[in-house]
Design a binder for this molecule. Structure first.
Ligand code: KG4
Ligand code: ZN
Length: 342
C-alpha cells in the first residue's frame, strides 16, 4: 500500500460517466463510459444523459476500483464534479459520491469541472513530461466553455478572456451538424480536415478587442455559405467535405491561437498550457507548439485521453484539495453555470 492517498474521482457533468483512481498524481485507472443514446439526436439530450449516468455509475466505479487494484476501504477521499454541467447529470454523480463517502466514512471533495480540465496537466504521463509552473497561461476549450486563464496556483485561476457566445467545441459540433456529420463533431472534422485545404473557403471571424472570443458570427457565416452553395449544387457538401472541414477548422483554430498569442505578448510567464476536449484537436496542438517555439516558452498539453471529459482530472483536483484538507459536507448542491467558482 502506498503512503500517498488514493483518490476516487467521479465525473458526470455531461454525457460521459467516468470514474478514476489516482495515487498522488499517478493514474491507476480511468474508466469512461460514453453514451451512444444521444447520437441520433445530434447533441446531448439532458434527460437521457441523467438516466444513462444512473445505469453506468455503479459498473464504472466498480471497474475503476478493480483496475486500480484497491478495495473501497482503501479510498482516502472521494472527489466528484459539482459543476458546471447539466444539473440532472451532476445530481447523479453527486448523490452517488455523497452516498459512498457516507458509507465509507471518508472525506468528500467537490470539484469544479473547468478547473479540473486545467489540472489534467498535472497528472503523470507515460513520457514523464514536465508539468506546468505557476503562474502560467491556460487556454481551456471544451464543448461548453472557452476561457483564457492566468493560473496562479492549483485553485486560483483568473479569467482573462472568455467566449461571449458559443464555445469553440460548440462551433465544431454545430459546423459538423450542418455538414450532416455525427456528434460530437470535433473529432470528425479534425479527421476530415487532414485531407482538405484549409485556405479553400473563407468565413468571417469576430474581431473582439481584448481577450474575449466569439464563434457565433463564424457559425452563421459558415451556415449561410453552405446553404447558398447547396442552392447551386445539391452535392456541394459531399463534393467538398474535406475542404469545408479544413477551412472551418482553420478559422476556429485561428481565433483561438490569435488570442493565445495576444495573451502571451501581454502577460509575462515562462510557460503556458492547453486543456479541454478541443485540446485533442491535432491542428490546435500543432499551432500551440509553434507558438511555444516562436516565443521560446514551454507549453504543456495533456495526452489525448486526458483532454476530453474524464474522472482522472477530477481526482487530480481532489488530490490537491485533499492535501489542504479542503473537504465538503453533504449539504453542497451542484451548480449548472460557470459563474459559481471561477
Ligand atoms: O471537455 P469536453 O470533453 O466536454 C465538455 O466539458 O464540454 O469537450 C467536448 C468537446 C466537443 O465539442 C467535441 O467536439 C470537442 O470537445 N472535441 C474536439 C476534438 N475532440 C473533442 N474538437 C476538435 N477536435 C478534436 N479532435
Ligand atoms: Zn469538460
Amino acid at each position: 500500500m502506498s503512503t500517498l492517498p488514493y483518490i476516487l474521482g467521479i465525473e458526470s457533468s455531461c454525457d460521459d460517466t467516468s470514474a478514476a483512481v489516482i495515487c498522488g498524481t499517478k493514474i491507476l485507472s480511468n474508466v469512461i463510459a460514453g453514451q451512444k443514446v444521444h447520437a441520433e439526436y445530434g447533441g446531448v439530450v439532458p434527460e437521457l444523459a441523467s438516466r444513462a449516468h444512473q445505469q453506468n455509475m455503479i459498473p464504472v466505479v466498480d471497474t475503476a476500483l478493480k483496475r486500480a487494484g484497491i478495495s473501497q476501504e482503501e479510498i482516502s477521499a472521494i472527489a466528484y464534479t459539482n459543476g458546471p454541467g447539466l444539473l440532472g447529470s451532476l445530481l447523479v454523480g453527486s448523490s452517488f459520491a455523497k452516498g459512498m463517502a457516507l458509507s465509507l466514512n471518508c472525506p468528500l471533495i467537490v470539484v469544479d469541472h473547468l478547473q479540473a480540465h486545467v489540472l489534467a496537466n498535472f497528472l503523470d504521463t507515460e513520457e514523464n513530461k514536465p508539468k506546468p509552473e505557476f503562474p502560467f497561461l491556460c487556454l481551456t476549450v471544451s464543448g461548453g466553455h472557452t476561457q483564457l486563464l492566468m493560473v496562479h496556483n492549483y485553485f486560483k485561476m483568473e479569467i482573462l478572456g472568455r467566449t461571449i457566445d458559443d464555445a469553440a467545441g460548440e462551433a465544431f459540433d454545430k459546423a459538423a451538424k450542418m455538414l450532416g456529420l455525427s456528434y460530437p463533431g470535433g473529432p470528425v472534422i479534425d479527421k476530415l480536415a487532414q485531407l482538405g485545404n484549409p485556405k479553400r473557403f473563407s468565413f468571417s471571424i469576430a474581431k473582439l478587442s481584448g481577450l474575449d472570443f466569439s464563434f457565433s458570427g463564424l457559425k452563421t457565416s459558415f451556415l449561410y455559405f453552405v446553404r447558398d452553395q447547396l442552392k447551386e449544387n445539391p452535392n456541394f457538401i459531399a463534393e467538398n467535405l474535406n475542404d469545408l472541414a479544413a477551412s472551418m477548422q482553420f478559422h476556429i483554430i485561428k481565433s483561438l491561437t490569435d488570442k493565445m498569442e495576444k495573451a502571451l505578448k501581454t502577460y509575462k510567464c515562462t510557460n503556458f498550457a492547453l486543456s479541454g476536449g478541443v485540446a485533442a484537436n491535432s491542428e490546435l496542438r500543432k499551432r500551440m507548439m509553434e507558438l511555444a517555439d516562436k516565443y521560446n516558452l514551454r507549453v504543456t498539453i495533456p495526452p489525448l485521453a486526458l483532454t476530453t471529459d474524464n474522472a482522472a482530472m477530477i481526482a487530480c483536483y481532489g488530490y490537491f484539495k485533499y492535501l489542504q484538507k479542503e473537504y465538503s459536507d453533504l449539504s453542497v448542491a451542484p451548480y449548472s453555470s460557470i459563474l459559481k467558482l471561477l
